[in-house]
Design a protein around this ligand. Structure first.
Ligand code: C2E
Ligand code: CA
Ligand code: CA
Length: 762
């Protein structure tokens, strides 16, 4: 039989994170890549040229403004001195003292609408209105460029207000326009030329050109532009920009070279002066271009990295998926196919083939006990061995899977139930040769459920077929001697009945629907009632009738409910006996059935012995019946149990002797008090002289071992005579009495009816 092998998956949880990371990474790269494409476009270049020109010019402005601010600061220092001047002569004196200080231009002061020289004489200027406005506003500021008659140059007057003195309103420094700014300090690295310009007429007040710039600035910016280009439109756009007194750029194309002219008004001089730079556009964008080139190379590397990681991710993902699906189809411990793999294989095989198949569910019998006895390690070893055996035995399309908890699913080519049975027996024989099983005296057996799949008949899906095989297998559990069940509709109905019983059992126990019946036993020698056997009946309130143990005991043994039920019946018996004793009623010993499951449960002895004591039941009044099959399988256990029970005044009986195992050994080895011969054992002796001899021998042996012999199922006088003739002490059966409800039993016991049965012996 074929089955696949698993591979463990490491870091399975890593996959989604990894996938997400790759996705995000890819997304970011895409965005950056698109952005870089945009950056790379010519639109960006032209924009970046003017942007860069303005950026550089801003830096120049800062330098220029700082220089001018320093100048104003120096003027303020003098103005501070002047505010306390209490006469014109003090003003004159202070101003005069700064003559020759090369930080200032021609120093003057403004008072009552007039400008005075440092010598205190009135000076007439063209910008008197502007000075008046500044004086009124009481703010520092500058006038426009004008031709100063005293200095005899184009000048600008810087005004600083003086507050507090009646003799002076403001201090003036008249600076020649050329000297306003040290042009070299503001010529930036990208500009060909920088100039300060009078906005009104484009006059260049001062300017400087880079060494390698061949053309000279001249005295007017418009003229200068005209020397660069004959393009009127360009000249016009420069004119507009300049006369707007605003920050701006324009482009001039001259002899195949693109120039960017950037203009910005100088704040410190109240915008009366413009700072202008002329740069070659390409140079301005070169830096960006290098930067972009860098980005592009990084991008290229990143794209390659992305592709590599994507390929890796895809490969990894595929591998993981493959491993994952393999893992999903494999049992991790036994490393063979699981149910899901089986379902797929079976589907493929069944639907493609014209042969008949059988789906066989096999569970290791009493897997829980076996697991407890062997321990985990050895159980796994055993299961692995089973896998090996199954692997080596299959042919053609046959396959198998492990479903967990000691359960295997087999797909077998169908021959006959006998053949399937034979094959399973063969598996069991091989598996039981395993050392760990032999050493621990453990016998591994399968419960087997078979579902036949006939070619061309498609009544169920594969999972349904598997379910049917499993149901049959569960059902097989209850059949101790032959745990082999073929799924049929009858079996299905039986399973459904079982499910119904299971659904009702707990409530029935709570409601006291389980009733104690007692079947009197007849003592041959004493000719009277000997004892009674407690037998359970389940009252069904819906039917108004009783269910017999045959209908539910096996099921309860399978699902474990029998432990509760056995204890319940035992308690009912104890309650009855103790109450009857209290009332002074006649009582005889009672036998109680103990299931194998109950006997194996942990608190079995504690409970049975403890409750007997609690109920103050006298010694010899209680007998516990263990089936022969249980005693056979658990020699040591039963020996211990018997010893404890004897020590606590209880009797022990071997029930159902003669069906199945029948061994003399058990009689020899375990000191039982009573031997109960099964009804079928008796039936055998009726017809065959040989069987009769065996029965006689068993009885003799039991007697020699001081065991009392009880024959069950004596229905007729004929049988009664037979067993009495064989030397049986006690007879149980309909011939003497049926199992009676407790109340009827009490009446039976206390009436003198036993006399009536004297006739039985005759
Ligand atoms: P068992 O222990 O062998 O009980 C004897 C069965 O034979 C009883 O069946 C009884 O009614 C039946 N019987 C008695 N005399 C005759 C007769 O002359 N002819 C025939 N054909 N049958 C006779 P019942 O009560 O149906 O119980 C069946 C089995 O269920 C019992 O067999 C016992 O193994 C099990 N059982 C009954 N009560 C309990 C219980 O409380 N706990 C456990 N664990 N098992 C119980
Ligand atoms: Ca019994
Ligand atoms: Ca019996």
């Amino acid at each position: 039989m074929k089955t696949s092998t698993p591979k463990r998956i490491k870091k399975r949880e890593f996959v989604p994170i990894f996938k997400r990371t790759v996705l995000v990474f890819a997304l970011i790269l895409m965005i950056v890549y698109l952005a870089s494409l945009l950056l790379n476009s010519s639109v960006f270049y032209s924009e970046s040229a003017s942007m860069n020109a303005l950026l550089h010019l801003d830096r120049d402005l800062e330098v220029a403004n700082n220089l001018a601010d320093e100048h104003f600061d120096d003027l303020y220092a003098i103005a501070d001195q002047l505010q306390y001047a209490d006469s014109k002569s003090v003003v004159d004196e202070v101003v005069y003292s700064y003559i020759g200080d090369d930080r200032f231009g021609d120093l003057r002061y403004y008072s009552n609408g007039q400008t005075f020289s440092a010598q205190g004489t009135v000076v007439t200027t063209e910008v008197n209105d502007a000075l008046y406005a500044l004086s009124e506003s009481k703010k520092a500021g500058a006038t426009a460029v004008y031709f100063d008659m005293v200095v005899e140059k184009d000048c600008i007057a810087l005004f600083v207000p003086v507050r507090g003195s009646a003799y002076v309103d403001g201090l003036l420094s008249i600076l020649p326009a050329r000297e306003l700014i040290v042009m070299d300090t503001v010529l930036n690295e990208t500009a060909c030329c920088t100039a300060i310009v009078k906005p009104e007429d484009g006059r260049i007040l001062s300017g400087v050109c880079a060494d390698d710039f061949s053309t000279s600035l001249g005295s007017n910016l418009y003229d200068f532009i005209s020397t660069l280009t004959s393009d009127n439109y360009a000249v016009q756009s420069v004119t507009e920009t300049i006369s707007n007194h605003e920050k701006g750029t324009c482009t001039v194309d001259a002899f195949g070279v693109s120039y960017t002219v950037a203009v910005a008004p100088m704040d410190t001089f109240d915008g009366h002066i413009l700072l202008v730079s002329v740069s070659i556009s390409d140079q301005l964008t070169e830096m960006e271009r290098t930067f972009i080139n860098h980005i592009i190379s990084v991008m290229a590397i990143a794209v390659v990295a992305l592709i590599v990681s994507l390929v890796y991710a895809i490969l990894y993902y595929r591998k993981t998926r493959r491993e994952l699906s393999e893992a999903l189809l494999t049992d991790p411990t036994l490393e063979c196919a699981n149910d899901e793999q089986f379902r797929r294989d079976a589907l493929r095989v069944i639907y493609a083939s014209k042969s008949n198949y059988a789906i066989v569910a096999c569970t290791v019998r009493q897997y829980g006990f076996l697991y407890d006895n062997l321990g985990e390690q050895k159980t796994i070893e055993m299961l692995k061995y089973i896998v090996k055996v199954l692997e080596s035995s299959g042919s053609g399309n046959e396959t198998f899977a492990y479903s967990g908890d000691g359960k295997f699913m087999l797909l077998m080519q169908h021959t006959s139930d006998r053949a399937i049975r034979g094959k399973i027996h063969l598996f069991e024989a091989i598996i039981n040769k395993l050392d760990i099983l032999r050493e621990t005296h453990t016998v591994m057996k399968f419960n087997v459920g078979v579902y036949h799949v006939f070619a061309g008949v498609r009544r169920r899906t594969v999972p349904e077929m598997m379910e049917c095989a499993s149901l049959a297998c569960d059902y097989a559990k209850s059949n101790v001697n032959d745990p082999f069940v073929v799924y049929t509709e009858t079996v299905n109905a039986e399973i459904a009945r079982g499910e119904k019983i299971e659904a009702q059992m707990e409530t029935a126990l709570e409601n006291h629907d389980f009733k104690l019946f007692l079947q009197p036993k007849y003592n041959v020698a004493r000719d009277c009632i000997d004892s009674a056997e407690a037998l359970v009946r389940w009252f069904d309130p819906n039917r108004g009738d009783y269910l017999f143990p045959a209908e539910f005991i096996e099921l309860f043994e399978t699902n474990g409910f029998i432990v509760k039920l056995d204890k319940f019946i035992y308690m009912e018996v104890l309650n009855y006996l103790s109450r009857a004793a209290e009332r002074g009623e006649k009582i005889v010993p009672v036998s109680v059935n103990v299931s194998r499951v109950t006997a194996m449960s942990d608190d079995f002895l504690d409970f049975y012995v403890g409750q007997k004591k609690l109920h103050r039941i006298g010694d010899g009044f209680l007998t516990l019946e263990f089936t022969e099959s249980f005693a056979m399988e658990n020699y040591e256990k039963i020996a211990d149990i018997v010893e404890v029970l004897h020590n606590n005044g209880m009797r022990c009986s071997i029930d159902d002797f003669g069906v199945g195992y029948s061994s003399f050994n058990i009689l020899k080895q375990i000191p039982m008090d009573e031997l109960k011969l099964d009804r079928l054992f008796l039936a055998a002796g009726k017809d065959s002289a040989r069987d009769r001899l065996i029965i006689e021998a068993v009885m003799k042996l039991a007697k020699s071992l001081k065991m009392s012999i009880v024959q069950e199922g004596v229905e007729t006088k004929e049988l009664f005579d037979l067993v009495v003739g064989l030397g049986c002490d006690v007879v149980q059966g309909y011939y003497y009495a049926k199992a009676l409800p407790l109340e009827e039993y009490r009446i039976f016991l206390n009436s003198n009816t036993s006399i009536k049965y004297k006739s039985l012996v005759k």
